[in-house]
Design a protein around this ligand. Structure first.
Ligand SMILES: C[S@@+](CC[C@H](N)C(=O)[O-])C[C@H]1O[C@@H](n2cnc3c(N)ncnc32)[C@H](O)[C@@H]1O
Length: 242
């Protein structure tokens, strides 16, 4: 097995492992086919106690990219219980610590469900000192929470969709419940992106129908974006702002 790129204490690594494991166990017990196919109250009720955390290998890649581009301001669209946020915060905190001139780093995380946001805070508290003081959690609809005060953004994680488990017909339909939020998030953050900023979008192959509008927008010749689909489970797009 390839080594993890993470520089983290044994405590934090164990915490992350436990969170990913809880998320996987929960997902494997979900009856995906019976989930509502629209973002209704019933759908929200079912998803309120679900992690749907980004896969560990994807989180580690993103951490690695953040270290490479020296990201100090990161936006996360879709925080849930804050698992991927820990990786973002760790990389940003380490980038700031490496640079004696750097001002404070920031991970602007956003989650529409207040109860999920509270659990995320607890998970960050348990993560410990390595990620403290970096996360700016905005509770509410990302179409409002990302409207202002972003600063110059180095990286945007688009993880407001939730398909990561067995792919079949019904799931393709389900994928459209949250993916339509990806394009509004990109449009809101775009004015703040620095040249060379990176956007990662999860499950772009598996949920390609839900992402249709986003991908068409990014692929327009004058969009200012270029992308490649990485061969991670479900497809993971790495998009560069030119
Ligand atoms: C796939 S989960 C995020 C997982 C998280 N990134 C992680 O790895 O732990 C997607 C989250 O997006 C949230 N979400 C959906 N629509 C949203 C919106 N309009 N504004 C903010 N968050 C939203 C959902 O409540 C859900 O918790």
């Amino acid at each position: 097995m390839a080594p993890s790129p993470l520089t983290a204490s044994p405590h934090l690594q164990a915490h992350l492992k436990a969170l990913h494991s809880q998320s996987s166990v929960q997902e494997s017990g979900l009856d995906w086919a019976s989930l509502p196919k629209q973002c209704t109250d019933a759908f929200d009720d079912i998803m309120r106690d679900k992690f749907i955390a980004l896969d560990q290998d994807k989180c580690e890649l993103i951490y690695h990219v953040l270290r490479s581009i020296n990201a100090k301001t990161v936006v996360e669209a879709g925080t849930s219980f804050g698992v991927s946020t820990i990786y973002l915060a760790l990389a940003v905190a380490q980038n700031v610590a490496r640079d004696s001139q750097a001002q404070q780093g920031r991970v602007i995380a956003t989650e529409k469900e207040p109860s999920k946001a509270s659990v995320a805070r607890e998970n960050w508290e348990r993560a410990g000192d390595e990620i403290q003081g970096v996360i700016d959690l905005r509770v509410g609809d990302l179409r409002e929470t990302l409207e202002k005060d972003l600063g110059t953004v180095d990286f945007l994680l688009l993880d407001s969709e939730y398909i990561s488990h067995p792919f079949d017909g019904p799931l393709l339909t389900l994928s459209s419940v949250w993916t339509p939020l990806a394009l509004p998030a990109v449009k809101l953050v775009k004015p703040y992106l620095r040249p060379g900023a990176v956007i990662m979008a999860d499950n772009t192959l598996m949920a390609n129908v839900g992402y249709e509008e986003l991908l068409a927008y990014l692929d327009a010749p004058d969009s200012g974006f270029r992308r490649v689909t990485l061969p991670y489970t479900g497809g993971l797009d790495m998009i560069i702002y030119q």
